[in-house]
Ligand binder design. Structure first.
Ligand SMILES: [Zn+2]
Length: 391
């Protein structure tokens, strides 16, 4: 939305409010994004009234997963007569994704399509059909800023973005142009507005093409905090995806903590981390102003072909955003955080499926029940109220 149209809407709203007050009506349960924008300048102090304003509660559920990293054994497994079908791999956990109002994934490997030549580590490129499966599973937005974004150059990024656009999946972190990069993604759901930002620590030493910084968003704290400040003016909830941390280490390091602290102070509400390929705990950061920011440091692998129990364990984080409106005042709360640990099921690098961890077959994970309990303790060590729903 442009500044001008926002002011225009605010003006109309004020006129409407005055008219309703004159005619003796209240605004009742009507709301608009502007009414409860949370910007003090846009809020009128309510006229004294004998009846307290009605309270209205709105809710949006979010879900996020870690890396969708399409190694060659995964696309070979998905091969069909006339293309690729990844959908069956996601089906066992589909219900956890589609029940969320907004679901996010880290598309770690670009999906530049077969015409560019499919490829594996260290420079990945996957088929378009990965995106089709994400869409069918219920994902709404993908993070594209990570260390593999530049693996196959600009063409793979462009193709990936074009395909997600065609599917109606929003993307952040890699863009088609400077204008595309500067347009902060804002989504409206159930009367609550969300802004999305994404960054990565680096691109495996591959230089960002000259004059094309929009191809990937790199972490630069002053830029990140400036973007968050801008996003806060556009939406009530700011969600930041960040690709950071040390691979295969299950606790956040000081640079991760530094990033999340800075992002929280700048106004981020929800920070979703990925890159280590293993799970790192979830926590609340309380900012100097007393606001709470939700942080998942690493969601591990959602689907990837990596060996080892911890690398085959990922998860779906869920969170509810609740907005309470009383008269002209509104309050946002983050409630009911939960986590569903997942397992990458496969036999001899084929028959890939993402299943709930408690369903990991005994011949793949010796004691799924014990692993599930251990994962619960690990993820909730800083957030004892974290819930672990099984359906
Ligand atoms: Zn990574």
């Amino acid at each position: 939305m442009t500044k001008a149209s926002k002011y225009h809407s605010v003006t109309i709203l004020l006129l409407l409010t005055m008219l309703l007050l004159v005619t003796g009506c209240g605004l009742g349960n009507q709301t608009s994004p502007h009414e409860a924008s949370g910007t003090p300048a846009a809020t009128q102090s309510p006229k004294p009234s004998t009846t307290p304003p009605k309270e209205q509660v709105m809710k949006v559920s979010l879900a996020a997963v870690g890396d969708v990293l399409i190694h060659s054994s995964i696309f070979k497994d998905a091969k069909t007569k006339d293309g690729y079908n990844f959908q069956p791999m996601f089906d066992p956990v589909k219900s956890f994704i589609e029940q969320a109002d907004i679901a996010m994934a880290n598309q770690e490997s670009m999906i530049g399509g077969e015409q560019l030549g499919l490829s594996d580590f260290p420079r990945f490129n996957g088929p378009y059909e990965v995106g089709d499966a994400l869409k069918a599973t219920g994902f709404d937005i993908v993070n594209l800023a990570n260390n593999h974004t530049l693996d196959r150059g600009e063409a793979a990024i462009t193709n990936t973005i074009q395909h997600f656009r065609k599917l109606g999946i929003a993307y952040t972190g890699a863009y088609l142009s400077v204008e595309d990069q500067q347009e902060i993604r804002v989504m409206q759901k159930n009367g609550i507005s969300f802004a999305f930002l994404s960054y990565t620590y680096g691109t495996n030493g591959l230089p960002v093409p000259k004059g094309k910084p929009y191809l990937v968003n790199l972490i630069d704290i002053p830029t990140v905090t400036a973007d968050i400040t801008k996003a806060r003016k556009l939406a009530e909830v700011v969600v930041v995806n960040v690709h950071f941390g040390q691979e295969y280490v299950n606790m956040p390091n000081t640079s991760q903590k530094k990033f999340t602290q800075a992002a929280a102070e700048a106004g981020a509400d929800i920070i979703i981390g990925h890159h280590p390929h293993v799970l790192q705990p979830i926590e609340w950061i309380t900012t100097s102003s007393g606001r709470k920011t939700f942080v998942a440091y690493s969601l591990g692998n959602f689907i990837a072909a990596q060996e080892g129990d911890l690398k085959r364990t990922g998860g779906i984080v869920q969170l509810e955003v609740q907005k309470t409106v009383r008269g002209n005042e509104s309050q946002i709360q983050l409630i009911n955080p939960s986590f569903i640990p997942t397992w990458i099921k496969m036999t001899n690098w084929r028959q890939y499926q993402i299943v709930p961890l408690w369903e990991a077959p005994a011949n793949q994970l010796a004691n799924a029940k014990a692993s599930y309990e251990k994962t619960k303790l690990h993820m909730s060590q800083w957030m004892p109220e974290l819930q672990f729903p099984m359906k």
